[in-house]
Design a protein. Structure first.
Length: 430
């Protein structure tokens, strides 16, 4: 959510930003907010005037009464009563206007950073850099589900019976590998100075409104029936929510957090072979990184965060590339975003395994996250988040890039301690 002061002073800049995001249907919202805001401020001014007059007139009542001027005193009382009635009406009006303004402001997109490339959708994202040499082996790489099934590592049929499409059972060494990746990701981030958290897996609507747009919520989140609770789609939601209505000491920044959680999402793709298996699912687990920092430091942290993911994948010898998300591919709260994509030898292309986002002060403004500064006064923090690893997608990249011709899987050195010292997952003998 942008600062309404910016909208008042530079409405054309806000409109130009809406155009950059190809959301022209929202252009009229700027003028609508300005009109409502004008009405709201006029009402506030009128109320302040009435309170001042009421106080002045109230003082006159006692003076009139002491002089025996009852008629004059009664007239003053009537004026005070009329003012009280009008003030009550103005207060109710201000509440309605304030809510209307906020509801519209929540859907006006954040101002994107000047460095963001202009484009309509993800097809116009821009490659930044590649890390590692993408390799296509001289044998056929099967679909990831087939690789797991050969290793007795996945059971989709049973999951469909218990839970429906978009769920899975992992078992044996593949389940162990899944846990090993998460454990390694946890320790990887701790070694980089991040504090480890396991957060609540359900959050209230006030937090949902603070961390994401309404359209994202509708497409992603599961609502707990009869309660003001939602299942989180990523631990970023509850980790940023941790700071709701807080004033953070400037000396304690940056706050660097890494969190594990299951993630629950409504949306499951229905088209194309890559939408099957464990690429798009209702439930998965993830290691996340979150930073709360001073505004002047947020772009430096943006670079550091996505580099952490690159370094994590490269430590497991998985080739990756980074993509700058164009304006039309940015969610409304984002100032700047970068996707990390891993190499798929089977598809002979890269696919998304993580996303790094700088939200500027948008989440902080919605949630009331401020930084304490005695000299300058309290000011809004900046928030950032990035995926360390989400094993279902990461497993696809890992299995394809570490597959041998006989169907066995090589285990890189960093994971072996979490796999009981195993250097390879062998195909079971029938």
């Amino acid at each position: 959510m942008i600062d309404i002061k910016l909208l008042r002073s530079e409405p054309e800049l806000v409109k130009e930003n809406i155009k950059k995001k190809f959301q022209d249907d929202k252009l009229s919202l700027v003028d609508e907010v300005l009109s409502l805001d004008k009405e709201f401020r006029e009402s506030k001014t009128r109320a302040e005037y009435l309170r001042s007059q009421r106080n002045s007139i109230s003082k006159q009542i006692g003076a009139y009464m002491s002089k025996g001027q009852k008629d004059e005193a009664e007239e003053c009382k009537k004026q005070v009563s009329d003012m009280a009635t009008e003030l009550e009406s103005l207060s109710a009006k201000e509440t309605v206007l304030e809510e209307k303004i906020r509801s519209i402001m929540l859907v006006i997109p954040n101002i994107v950073d000047p460095s963001v490339p202009i484009g309509k959708d993800d097809s116009e994202n821009v490659e930044i850099e590649r890390f590692g040499e993408p390799v296509v082996p001289d044998f056929e790489v099967p679909y990831h589900v087939e690789i797991m099934e050969k290793l007795n590592g996945i059971d989709l049929d049973s999951a469909r019976k218990t839970s429906g499409n978009g769920f899975y059972y992992l078992c044996g060494d593949i389940a162990r590998l899944h846990s090993a990746v998460l454990s390694y990701a946890r320790d990887f981030m701790i070694d980089r100075g991040f504090t480890y958290y396991i957060p609540p897996f359900m959050i209230r609507s006030s937090v949902v409104d603070g961390v994401m747009s309404f359209s994202e919520m509708e497409n992603m989140m599961y609502k707990i029936e009869g309660e003001d609770l939602y299942l989180i789609g990523t631990s970023e939601h509850s980790m940023i929510g941790k700071f709701i209505d807080t004033i953070v000491e400037e000396s304690s920044l940056p706050q660097k957090l890494t969190s594990y959680s299951p993630c629950f999402r409504k949306e499951v793709g229905a088209h194309g072979i890559e939408e099957r298996g464990v690429y798009r699912i209702h439930q998965f687990e993830k290691q996340e990184m979150i930073v709360v920092c001073k505004p002047e430091d947020s772009m430096d942290w943006f670079q550091k965060l996505y580099q952490n993911t690159v370094d994590f994948f490269r430590s497991l010898d998985v080739p990756v590339r980074t993509l700058e998300c164009c304006s039309g591919d940015l969610a409304d709260l984002k100032v700047k975003s970068c996707d990390v994509e891993a190499w798929s030898p089977r598809q002979k292309k890269y696919f998304e395994v993580g996303s790094c986002s700088n939200l500027g002060d948008a989440q902080a403004r919605r949630l009331g996250i401020r930084i304490k500064n005695k000299e300058k006064g309290n000011y809004l923090a900046h928030t950032l988040n990035n995926t360390v690893v989400a094993p279902p997608r990461m497993l696809i990249a890992f299995l394809e890039n570490n597959l041998n011709a006989d169907g066995s899987i090589n285990i890189p050195e960093p994971l072996r301690m979490y796999m009981g010292g195993k250097a390879k997952i062998e195909v079971p003998i029938s």
